[in-house]
Design a protein around this ligand. Structure first.
Ligand code: PMP
Length: 449
């Protein structure tokens, strides 16, 4: 079997996510035969370095021996069981572990099966909590400009990336959108902390004016990943936590992309020393193996649903694969690796290495900003470095970088004109160097003409 034979079959029956399928008339789809560590191999024997962790999910490499062994054991014991009325060891252990490692106060775990579903759960739980308390006027959600929380209708409604949202506008609930703390827009010489603090005033105003009708604020802590890897200072989260308390509004923290070490700490919230009312987790939760998500919440919220059946206060939300045993076991194995291998501490040298490799990009005549938060590094490619005028999206400069990198065996999948590295944590310094070189050459080519 070759790449070509598989791609022809693929393109005759499949419809891929987040893809204009017509692009595949010119750019071949790549059938992957196997994965090992940070590397993927296609059917023609080409190798690709997975610099974006397969959509930010993979933490410890493909075909990780430890996770594989755990899954094989689970497979011979229990693959799945209905999660209403029944439970199983892996789900219990994973929930216990998540309660232990997430910020204090989060001591209830509700499983779903992908990131968007976790966001839907958190939104519904927040709304339902107030309703159970008789506060039926608290129905609105506050979100930040440029935020992203998934693609299902509720999650899309609380997101703000127009590329994904505009088409479906007539289907979406109305939300309150607040200008964000995105530090790309800070004044020259202004620190991230100062800018983030200054921008918080806009959030405070909205909370003050609408607290009565607001159920929750939802936020991606520290990095707006799908919104072009825009970043801000932890102080914004501290201020937000305090304001949510003051105005009696829930704080939903979406750590789906940034959780599990991406920002340098196990959870991004730790850097602001805050605990949300709801924390959404997915992606890295299973080390990139299986679809699973979790919503962690507090005893107080749980108690508002706990009553006699006839009171009709229960949270009757479900997904067939909720608490899937294989996925939970992969999650447990992933958390074992964090603990046994001192991952957060060891990542520090990779983070430093990435920072050093990034230096050079600052000098590039078509790079406006290089920014980094932990294991996420982003390079903002622009038409004019001085004015920061962006390339028009129609020119698809980032797509050119993508194509070039693929031809050199590196998977970079720029967001618009932003090239980013978000590698698995088992990457070596040599492999990081390769990514940086390919990104540099790719940018050089993409800006020509
Ligand atoms: N929230 C954030 C912050 C995300 O980055 C994503 C996925 N990119 C989601 C939610 C949605 O997760 P999923 O794709 O698993 O539905």
């Amino acid at each position: 079997m070759t790449n070509q034979s598989f791609s022809a079959r693929d393109l005759s029956v499949l419809w891929h996510p987040c893809t204009q399928m017509k692009d595949h008339e010119t750019l071949p789809i790549i059938p992957i035969k196997k994965g090992q560590g940070v590397w993927l191999e296609d059917f023609d024997g080409n190798h690709y370095l997975d610099a974006i962790s397969s959509w930010w999910v993979n933490l410890f490499g493909h075909a990780n021996p430890y996770i594989n062994a755990a899954l094989k054991d689970q497979l011979d014991t229990l693959e799945h069981v209905i999660f209403a009325g029944f439970t199983h060891e892996s789900a219990i252990k994973l929930a216990e572990k998540l309660v232990e490692v997430t910020p204090g106060g989060l001591n209830r775990c509700f499983f779903a099966d992908n990131g968007s579903s976790a966001v839907e759960v958190a939104l519904k739980m927040s709304f339902h909590y107030w309703r159970n308390l008789g506060q039926t006027q608290k129905t609105k959600f506050v979100t930040l400009e440029n935020s992203y929380h998934g693609e299902t209708l509720g999650a899309l409604a609380v997101g703000n990336v127009q590329l994904y949202k505009d088409t479906y506008a007539p289907l979406l609930m109305e939300v309150i959108t607040v200008p964000g703390p995105d530090c790309y827009y800070r004044e020259t010489g202004e620190s991230w902390a100062d800018y983030s603090t200054r921008r918080f005033a806009l959030m405070e105003q909205v909370l003050q004016a609408n607290a009565e009708s607001i159920s929750a604020v939802i936020i991606e802590p520290l990095v707006q990943c799908a919104g072009n890897m825009r970043m801000y200072d932890p102080v914004y989260l501290s201020l937000l936590r305090a304001a949510c308390d003051k105005y009696n509004v829930h704080l939903i923290v979406d750590e789906i992309a940034v959780g599990f070490g991406r920002t340098g700490t196990l959870f991004a919230c730790e850097q602001a020393d805050i605990s949300p009312d709801f924390m959404c987790l997915s992606k890295g939760l299973t080390g990139g193996y299986l679809p699973l998500s979790a919503v962690l919440t507090t005893h107080q919220i749980y108690q508002a649903f706990y009553d006699d059946y006839q009171k009709l206060t229960a949270f009757l939300h479900s997904h067939s694969y909720t608490g899937n045993a294989l996925a939970c076991r992969a999650g447990l194995a992933t958390l074992d690796i964090f603990q046994n291998n001192n991952v957060i501490e060891n990542n520090k040298s990779l983070i430093k290495e990435m920072a050093e490799l990034a230096q050079r990009f600052n000098e590039h005549t078509h790079v406006a900003e290089v920014r980094q938060t932990g294991m996420i590094l982003a390079i903002e490619m622009v038409k004019n470095k001085r004015t920061r005028e962006p390339y028009s999206w129609q020119e698809r400069r980032g797509y050119k970088v993508y194509q070039y990198a693929l031809s050199k065996g590196v998977i970079l999948r720029p967001l618009g004109n932003v090239i980013y590295f978000m590698p698995p944590y088992i990457i070596t310094k040599e492999e990081l160097l390769l990514i940086a070189q390919v990104a540099w050459d790719g940018i050089d080519r993409a800006v020509r003409d």
